[in-house]
Design a protein around this ligand. Structure first.
Ligand code: SF4
Length: 370
């Protein structure tokens, strides 16, 4: 891995191993009596007095202390390793609520597992409420909507306990094919700011189903998009260009513009070379330069459809110049890096840079813009 903008994993010392689990990270005495999660004191140096009762445990790490804000959320693993999952200093915050999924995308960054992990949904609800961010928290999987009614209860809890927090939920949208579920989701969406990021990889069922590894997925996702959009649920439509669909980007955008309602944004997303994408790289990845014209056609098609289009995860030097204005610094800081060559580039401050996982055959070399 290359050096990232913000480290999220830390090792620490403590007298005894800290119990595995989610914690509210404290640098000071907590003031709000409603914590939702146990309080873990983080200190720069070893404590020389007994631990106050409002902390369940303490860890000592100057690096961790300097890297967090009071009230950030962390997960402890293996007794002395902590991952900061919700950080006030992060450019994006996301919780993973399940690793189960009913798709098997060829480029899945979080390959699905089958075991019961319901506890992740419960702990994520407590983590978001404890973090209480006046901003957006991402919810990802796996497929979060596999929880069905339990996901609606998760939202009800957050509406009551974290009213300032908006959610961005990544879902394959198939659950919205169920009209009854969609109507119940609509009720929640009227009480909180919530957007669903739903991928559609083709306007042809065979191509979409091939890329998501599930026959019949296109049919359910399209019905889901229609139901959700017609209900007024906010949708971000996501497209990942691959070898299988790069030449129909404009068709997908036009299809979305003609068939669906309430698409607030279309996102063109560069592949992340992690998970199954690494395994399938040679059959799915296509050099960005090869389909520059297709990207511009998609931009034009979105303009004609009146839907804003944003480009995620592309280094500017691998996009046609006319597309630069649509590109955003999208990569989460804990996995975002800029190779040394970028230091001479005049566009670095507005460029998305690279995933830290992109090395060797996954890397397209930077071409500094002078
Ligand atoms: S050289 Fe680096 S900073 Fe410049 S556009 Fe390319 S990736 Fe971005």
């Amino acid at each position: 891995m290359s050096e990232v903008l913000r480290n999220d994993i830390f090792r620490f010392s403590s007298e005894l191993p800290v119990q595995q689990g989610f914690y509210r990270l404290c640098k000071f005495k907590p003031e709000n009596p409603q914590f939702y999660l146990p309080n873990l004191l983080v200190t720069e140096t070893q404590l020389d007095s007994p631990l106050p009762a409002y902390f369940v445990d303490s860890v000592t790490s100057k690096v961790l202390f300097d890297s967090i804000d009071d009230g950030d959320i962390g997960i402890v693993n293996n007794g002395n390793m902590l991952r900061v999952i919700l950080s006030r200093r992060a450019n994006h915050n996301t919780v993973l609520v399940t690793e189960r999924c009913n798709n098997g995308c060829l480029f899945c960054s979080q390959p699905p597992k089958t075991g019961n992990d319901d506890w992740l949904l419960n702990q994520s609800a407590l983590a978001i409420a404890s973090f209480s961010l006046n901003g957006v928290v991402g919810v990802s999987g796996g497929e979060p909507l596999l929880y069905g009614d339990d996901f609606l209860h998760f939202l009800d809890f957050l509406i009551e306990n974290s009213p300032e927090t908006a959610l961005h939920v990544l879902t394959n949208g198939r659950k919205f094919a169920d009209v009854r579920f969609t109507l119940r989701m609509k009720e929640r969406s009227e009480k909180m700011r919530i957007t669903f990021g739903i991928p559609l990889y083709s306007s042809r069922p065979s191509v979409h189903d091939y890329l998501v590894g599930s026959e019949g997925a296109f049919d359910e996702t399209v019905r889901g998009l229609i139901n959700a959009g017609n209900s007024g649920i906010n949708i971000e439509l996501r497209i990942i260009p691959t070898r299988a669909n790069y030449n129909e980007l404009d068709s997908i955008v036009e299809f979305a513009g003609r068939v669906f309602s309430n698409i607030n944004q279309i996102s063109l997303m560069g592949l992340e070379s992690t998970g199954w994408a690494r395994k399938n790289w040679s059959s799915i990845f296509i050099e960005h330069d090869i389909y520059s014209d297709n990207i511009l056609s998609a931009v034009d098609s979105a303009y004609r459809s009146g839907i804003p289009l944003t480009i995620f995860n592309y280094p500017l030097c691998h996009l046609p110049e006319r597309a630069w204005q649509f590109s955003t610094q999208s990569i989460s800081d804990w996995k975002n890096y800029y190779p040394q060559e970028c230091d001479t580039c005049t566009r670095k401050s507005s460029c998305a840079g690279y995933f830290s996982s992109s090395k060797g055959r996954f890397h397209q070399p930077p071409r500094p813009i002078i």
